[in-house]
Ligand binder design. Structure first.
Ligand SMILES: [Zn+2]
Length: 129
C-alpha cells in the first residue's frame, strides 16, 4: 500500500494529463494453491496501460510441482465484477530457496478505467488465455 501511494503521488506530479490516471485502484492478493503473493500493486504506465504486478513465492515448507496460475478480477465502485484476466508468474517457483518470481497482468483499458479494486487469486491448472 505504501508503494501504491508513492506511485500515485509521482503520477500527480507528472502533470495534469496524467491526473485522471493517478486515482488509486486498491489491490487485494489472496494466497492459495501453495503460492503466496507479495507486493501486489497497480501501475499505470506512461503509455496508459494498467498493469497489476507483484511477486509470487512458494509457500513455506511446500515441495513438489505447483500447477497453478493467477486471476486478476476487477470490480467497479458498485462492487460489480468487470471481468477476469488470466496471468502467471515468470519461471518456476523454486523449492530450494523460495525465491520470488515477478508477475505482471495487463488490464484491458475498459476494465482499468472502471475499476476501483482488483483481487488477485491463485487458481488451479494452466492459464487459459
Ligand atoms: Zn485462469
Amino acid at each position: 500500500m505504501r508503494r501504491l501511494l508513492i506511485g500515485a503521488s509521482a503520477l500527480a506530479f507528472a502533470g495534469a494529463a496524467a491526473a485522471q490516471d493517478a486515482r488509486a485502484i486498491t489491490v487485494e492478493a489472496v494466497d492459495g494453491r501453495r503460492v503466496s503473493l507479495h507486493g501486489a500493486d497497480v501501475e499505470v504506465r506512461e503509455d496508459g496501460a494498467t498493469d497489476v504486478h507483484g511477486w509470487a513465492r512458494r509457500a513455506r515448507a511446500q515441495a513438489g510441482l505447483i500447477n497453478a496460475h493467477l486471476h486478476a478480477e476487477a470490480f467497479n465502485a458498485e462492487g460489480r465484477s468487470l471481468g477476469v484476466v488470466d496471468g502467471g508468474w515468470n519461471g518456476a517457483l523454486s523449492s530450494r530457496d523460495r525465491s520470488a518470481e515477478p508477475f505482471h497482468i495487463r488490464l484491458p483499458a475498459d476494465m482499468a478505467n472502471a475499476a476501483v479494486r482488483v483481487r488477485v487469486t491463485v487458481e488451479p491448472g494452466q492459464r487459459h488465455d
